[in-house]
Design a protein around this ligand. Structure first.
Ligand SMILES: [Zn+2]
Length: 91
């Protein structure tokens, strides 16, 4: 992807699968992802890294997702098919 994350870590989070601090280039991943298939983890990592290229979930963002992880939609579905006690999840 030609981008570099300066820091990443794992946290217990209640409403988000991952977060990205664009200025610090720091990514946090939800500990719950450890229970998910590996491609779901990859989806969240790519998603958060794309935020370093595009802040918003707009067409440009989706174009990057399609480029770097063409099957992201099916991974997203898989991720949301097994809820973890929360109806609405953000990332
Ligand atoms: Zn996002």
């Amino acid at each position: 992807m030609h981008i570099k994350v300066s820091e990443f870590g794992i946290k217990k989070m209640k409403t988000k699968w991952g977060t990205c601090n664009i200025e610090a280039k720091r990514i946090w991943l939800n500990l719950e992802l450890a229970k998910k298939p590996i491609q779901c983890l990859e989806f969240i990592i790519v998603h958060e890294m794309v935020h370093l290229l595009e802040r918003k979930h707009n067409d440009r963002f989706i174009a990057y997702m399609n480029k770097y992880l063409p099957k992201w939609r099916s991974y997203k579905e898989e991720l949301n098919s097994i809820p973890v006690g929360h109806a609405e999840w953000e990332y």
